[in-house]
Design a protein around this ligand. Structure first.
Ligand code: ZN
Ligand code: ZN
Length: 827
């Protein structure tokens, strides 16, 4: 028996025992309902900081709670182990990414074990091991077979002087080659894509899942669906075969206000249409825009500029010639890569027209306008003017009328566009899963046969970034034979985006030992979908989006039978230190290890949950965690020190004239016990950890008073203490286990059922409140014993019976006798 609260000793002892007994290992054959609780697996960056614990400890508390509620809980852990940071760190340290990654995993696993979580370590998954990435490659083949993977062109950085592709980090300043200083341009390279756009509509919907509204909105915006009309403008240009330029717009009602047309710099028509006298200027502009990133081009801060290319299109609705410009705020990937300029009714077009003195023609009149010049674009609905036969129509009707007219004439059609583009998964880097494809001079693209998987990542590749895949220079890897015809062929040398690895890891946990398939269908059917997924909101349009696409694609292949991978999503906030985000460069990173070795994992767990509502995050403060540690010491002293019923204490109080009766004290203890169960259960269901802990602290303080007074029977005391330990078990699993044993219970507290509350016992005690008017009894009302003075006075004034006696009178005084009566003195 340990006679003092010593977290080191207790935590070491119980962690060893739980591991030896395999207490938290789970199997599928269980009569219990399943609960799959998942925390986003960490990237193998080196050390776990307190932010990782903030993601993991509260979700473990919730998983433990569900376990005690009788669920068969799967709460696995693993490592997201491929990717650029490992490669970069390995390069800067001169060690192999595999070595670096595995060292980090060792250290992080040790740290994770110190949390005391219920992770089933027998299901650990690393994405960088061949037994895992074999199946990542297998999924690639399945997507390819289903027509969801294809090769297409995508731009990469190209140095015209060095004649080579550059990695992003080799492009410095505003787009210059790191080696030679030449201006970097963009060049198209054949790369692999997934047709995520096939699922655009379904990805906008979040049917039957409980996700935070803001994440759903971010995903919908990411898909960026717009419903509008495609309008054909007539083109008549010598030497150009095309007879039209098509433009997508959501505002066809403004088509009479078009005063210019803008092409994206990459648009193939730019070179064809540019007039000889403009050629030099346009080419220079196009070259400059290729050095800008899309983000720079779309920045709202930046002034929009462009160049007239010396050509025109005709607006078929009014027969006007419209000048064509090139401007880099238009991107080829969005819509048709052409925008119609309607300066009167679009802010960006307005600024552009002002800058280049282009006409601004109002075609939607704001209510009450008298022809004055616009000072800014008018983007609201209004009445159509300067629009020929459509004049006088409300603009909303105009959208339909113009679209009908265009469709009749064959000059356009209603259309839908998306902002979402296909998922580019090729990476010209080493530390990733090789894409399992072969290029044969005779057969073309040939997938690696399933039985030849995995395509192993060679260990001895030179992996310094060049912008081209390091595997390209690995002769043994590149050269192979065609699986179809047997002639010498070459392997694909790009590796996969690591978001591909993390799009299915939650399936692997269901059956990590499965070696003839990525997962065992039966076991996945049992565990999936994930019941509660927790992690940072920064993954909204990356991991969380890709994983949803993945599951929908697998569903359509018949591999899984559900639509969404994560039934409930919860995003925790961020822990800050000295009002700033933790970062290595600021030197304010808090590592949990020192706190764990000083105050114990239980204290770190509890403090993180107490600091603020989980979804908000809060500030780490050393004095706060000491407060938690003191609370645990109080719990220790309360429980480990035993309990004695002190009748003498009661007698003394009675002598002082205070009314303490044992029955009432016991009733009160039982009431508070059941109220605490109700509150803690409710808070845990809603992941409100901070208020859950506040309730437990309050309960502890109350028990300390009871103990001092010695005013309840031993069995009531025991019931209250057992309840406290059970309610504390998810938060402080080691402390609760130790005290459970010390109070004579059998191992393990974590196999106990979650306590239930009795609604009757939890009810606030009721008293009869007598209401008098000028000393005469006028009403009796039932009120909770905890009612405040203000509450009692208000209840008296609101009594229907009393009101009759107050008619036409003035209340000049209210006398209140706590718990008994209210006397209204009236005149
Ligand atoms: Zn260069
Ligand atoms: Zn072949």
């Amino acid at each position: 028996m340990v006679d003092k609260y010593d977290p080191q000793e207790i935590e070491r002892k119980w962690q060893r025992r739980w591991a030896e007994d395999g207490l938290y290992e789970v199997t599928e054959d269980s009569a219990k309902p399943k609960w799959y609780a998942l925390t986003m697996f960490p990237y193998t960056s080196g050390d776990l900081h307190i932010g990782h614990w903030y993601a993991m400890a509260p979700s473990d508390v919730h998983a433990r709670f569900k376990r005690m509620q009788g669920y068969n809980v799967l709460h696995p852990m693993g490592f997201d182990a491929f990717g650029l940071p490992a490669e970069n760190a390995a390069i800067s340290r001169g060690i192999h990414p595999f070595t670096w990654t595995m060292q980090n995993i060792e250290n992080m696993r040790r740290q994770l074990k110190s949390i005391g979580a219920i992770y089933d370590w027998s299901r650990e998954v690393f994405t960088c091991l061949p037994e895992y990435y074999k199946w990542t490659q297998w999924f690639f083949l399945k997507l390819y077979e289903s027509g969801l993977a294809y090769r297409g062109k995508a731009p990469v950085n190209w140095c015209p002087h060095c004649q080579t592709v550059l990695a992003n980090e080799q492009v410095v300043g505003e787009g210059f080659c790191e080696r030679c200083g030449a201006a970097v341009s963009r060049r198209d390279l054949e790369q692999w894509f997934f047709r995520i756009t096939n699922y655009a509509d379904e990805l906008m919907e979040h049917i039957g899942i409980d996700w935070p509204e803001r994440i759903k909105i971010m995903q919908r915006n990411w898909v960026g669906k717009s419903v509008g009309t495609e309008i054909s403008f007539a083109l008549d240009h010598p030497g150009v075969d095309g007879r039209e330029i098509r433009v997508f717009t959501t505002r066809p009602d403004t088509v009479f206000g078009v005063t210019f047309m803008v092409l994206a710099p990459e648009h193939p028509l730019v070179a064809e249409l540019t007039s000889p006298d403009k050629r030099a200027e346009v080419e220079e502009y196009v070259a400059r825009s290729q050095r800008q990133t899309e983000i720079e081009r779309l920045s709202t801060e930046r002034e929009k500029d462009g160049v007239f290319i010396g050509a025109y299109v005709v607006n078929r609705l009014n027969g006007e010639r419209v000048p064509i410009w090139v401007a880099d705020y238009v991107l080829l990937g969005y819509g048709t890569g052409v925008v119609m300029g309607v300066p009167a009714h679009d802010e960006r077009d307005f600024a552009f027209a002002k800058r280049y003195n282009l006409p601004i023609r109002v075609v939607i009149a704001p209510p009450g306008r008298r022809g004055e010049e616009l000072e800014e674009a008018y983007t609201e609905p209004g009445t159509m003017v300067n629009s020929g036969q459509f004049d006088g129509l409300p603009s909303r009707q105009g959208i339909e009328a113009i679209s009908d007219f265009l469709e009749e004439k064959g000059w356009g059609k209603r259309a839908v566009t998306y902002r979402l583009r296909d998922w580019l998964i090729s990476r010209q880097r080493y530390w990733g899963a090789p894409i399992p494809m072969i290029y044969c001079p005779d057969c073309g693209i040939v997938p690696v046969p399933e039985e030849d998987l995995p395509v192993l990542l060679p260990e001895d590749a030179e992996f310094k970034p060049t912008g081209e895949s390091p595997l390209k220079y690995h002769e043994q890897f590149v050269n192979t034979t065609c699986p179809r015809c047997g002639v010498p062929a070459k392997r694909e040398t790009d590796t996969m985006d690591t978001f591909m690895c993390s799009s299915w890891y939650f399936l692997r946990y269901a059956s990590p030992d499965c070696d003839n398939a990525p997962f065992d269908a039966e076991r996945v059917r049992y565990w999936l979908p994930v019941d509660l997924y927790t992690g940072g909101a920064e993954h909204a349009v990356m991991h969380l989006f890709y994983a949803r696409f993945f599951i929908k694609a697998l569903r359509d292949m018949g591999l899984v039978d559900f639509d969404e991978p994560f039934s409930r999503l919860f995003n925790q906030g961020v822990i800050i230190v000295e009002r700033q985000k933790m970062s290595k460069s600021r030197g304010n990173v808090i590592t949990p290890d020192e706190y764990v070795s000083e105050l114990g994992a239980d204290a770190v767990r509890a403090y993180l949950m107490f600091v603020a509502p989980w979804e908000q995050g809060g500030e780490w403060d050393d004095s706060g965690i000491s407060g938690i540690s003191r609370w645990f010491n109080r719990v220790w002293n309360l429980v480990a020190g035993g309990y004695e019923q002190k009748i003498t204490g009661l007698v003394l109080k009675r002598l002082k004239g205070e009314q303490i009766d044992i029955e009432q004290a016991e009733r009160q203890l039982s009431r508070l016990t059941h109220q605490t169960i109700r509150k803690v259960t409710d808070d845990l269901e809603r992941l409100r950890f901070n208020t859950m802990l506040a309730a437990l602290m309050e309960f502890t303080n109350y028990l300390a008073r009871v103990k001092e007074e010695g005013a309840v029977g031993v069995s009531d005391w025991k019931e209250a203490i057992d309840t406290l330990l059970l309610l504390l078990a998810p938060t402080a699993p080691h402390l609760a286990e130790e005290l459970w044993q010390q109070t004579g219970h059998s191992y393990s507290i974590h196999n106990q059922s979650w306590p239930k509350w009795d609604e009757e016992l939890a009810k606030d005690e009721e008293i009869t409140l007598v209401i008098q008017v000028n000393g005469k009894l006028r009403d009796r009302i039932m009120a909770p014993a905890s009612m405040t003075e203000a509450g009692a006075k208000q209840a008296a004034l609101e009594s229907q019976r009393v009101k009759a006696y107050l008619e036409g009178k003035e209340v000049i005084n209210i006398v209140y006798v706590p718990g008994r009566l209210v006397n209204l003195v009236v005149r």
